[in-house]
Design a protein. Structure first.
Length: 450
């Protein structure tokens, strides 16, 4: 199957005020939106007006409990709604846009996750997506009775088994099992149930999901692991993969490498959509966009700059002078948490040896911010898409709601004019939007073979 001529678009929300570290301080952002369902309805409806395929909520199951002097200036995940609850509310306020959220495999049970996302898929008429993460901070571990996270490889081994169990549970019933035959007095066909019996290294499940197979069969699986272990999990299980390469050349290599892994798991390239992270600031001129970015950069407090770097470097930088390089002996040899972010910072340190201040002002977690006119943003997106570096983009807006409105009003029409983006939704489900096939019921096939 050939690559789609239309790019896919998702919108990522980590913090309600916007993706920039200082977004909540900016007068054009909504600093009060974090727990305001009306605000989130507005954002989801605005993204749907722009024909986005996916509205995605990032999450971690923990508040930070130390270094509060820094977190108080950078309140990442300190005041957030639980994603599935939020997305369920948004299902009633939208009609077409996909609804995706993060739930950790390290601190959940497969049955609960399978039931929650199957329910969301029913409630949204087939628009649910689950972002599979293993969690990457010890704040979460301590909330669930552990002193620290298990090793990286063990977390991914657990995640692989977790996804397998969830997938089996989603296949607990044939699509036509619930016959609701009033005359015969039969609500469901007993042969349509598939009893899941699983006993593995991490989970033991003996039962069936108590909800009919959902509209998409399986809610769409999202994954974003960048390590070799994470990429194998994505190649085996994911249908959307978030990517964070810094250039179209790097992205193309990563794109081809991941698509190339699929055959090992009996999958075809069109079964996975790779969405490149794309943070943007839009201005009516290049200078206006640059000025918007610089205004935000100047709002980053030094405590926040030190702390953000320290978090991803897994090192305490709080006592270091701002205008000297970070001593190499203060840094670990490898990462146990966000490997991609750690490696990206270390590359800058090793190649350029910047001062701590220069590094935190330069560091952008993931992709570098694209700053420019609507035409420039569309040019960047066209280059990445047409050169095969991505199947689409996971958009991040520096401030909200204004950044989203600018994109919908100014960039989407430009992409449509170039024939790169759809002019209307052509289907009802998230799978329809992305051209992903509805999975057959693997347990039906197994039972018939028996």
């Amino acid at each position: 199957m050939t690559k789609s001529t239309k790019m896919a678009l998702g919108m990522l929300i980590g913090q309600a005020a916007g993706g920039h570290v200082a977004a909540w301080r900016h007068p054009d952002s909504n600093a009060n939106g974090a727990t305001d369902i009306d605000y989130f309805r507005h954002l989801a409806q605005e993204a749907e007006r722009g024909l986005f395929d996916l509205f995605f909520i990032a999450d971690t199951p923990a508040a930070r409990t130390d270094n509060l002097h820094a977190w108080s200036r950078f309140p990442m995940f300190m005041n957030v709604l639980e994603p599935v609850t939020l997305l369920t509310a948004l299902a009633g306020a939208t009609r077409r846009i996909g609804l995706g959220g993060t739930v950790s495999t390290s601190f959940s049970e497969p049955y609960n996750v399978a039931r929650m996302f199957a329910s969301l898929d029913h409630i949204s008429h087939g628009r649910a997506a689950w972002n599979v993460v293993t969690s990457a901070n010890d704040y979460s571990a301590r909330n669930f009775g552990h002193a620290k996270l298990p090793p990286h490889a063990l977390r991914y081994e657990r995640a692989g088994e977790f996804v397998d169990v969830v997938s089996k549970l989603w296949d607990s019933w044939d699509d036509d099992a619930f016959v609701r035959d009033r005359e015969a007095g039969i609500y469901f066909e007993p042969k349509g149930q598939h009893h899941v019996v699983h006993e593995g290294k991490f989970f033991k499940v003996d039962g069936a999901l108590n909800i009919a197979r959902s509209p998409q069969g399986h809610p769409v699986i999202i994954q974003a692991g960048a390590s070799d272990t994470g990429l194998d999990l994505a190649a085996r299980t994911a249908e959307i993969v978030f990517a964070a390469a810094a250039s179209p050349q790097e992205a193309k290599k990563s794109y081809d490498a991941l698509k190339g892994r699929l055959a090992k798991f009996g999958r075809e390239p069109d079964q996975v959509k790779i969405l490149a992270g794309l943070p943007v600031i839009i201005g009516d001129s290049q200078q206006e966009a640059e000025d918007k970015f610089q205004a935000l950069q100047e709002m980053i407090h030094p405590d926040v700059g030190r702390f953000r770097l320290g978090t991803d470097l897994e090192a305490d930088l709080s006592d270091l002078p701002l205008d000297e390089p970070i001593p190499k002996e203060r840094l670990p040899k490898s990462a146990n948490m966000h490997k991609a972010f750690f490696d990206g910072i270390m590359k800058i340190i090793n190649e350029e040896n910047p001062t701590l201040r220069q590094l935190y002002l330069r560091y952008e977690r993931g992709r570098k911010m694209i700053k420019g006119t609507p035409k420039h943003v569309a040019d960047v997106m066209e280059e990445w898409f047409t050169t095969g570096a991505a199947d689409g983009f996971m958009m991040q807006f520096a401030t909200l709601p204004g950044g989203l409105k600018d994109f919908v009003d100014k960039v989407v029409p430009e992409l449509q004019r170039r024939g790169l983006f759809k002019t209307e939704y052509s289907g009802l489900t998230l799978r329809d939007h992305l051209g992903l096939a509805r999975p057959t019921n693997s347990l039906t096939a197994t039972s018939r073979a028996d």
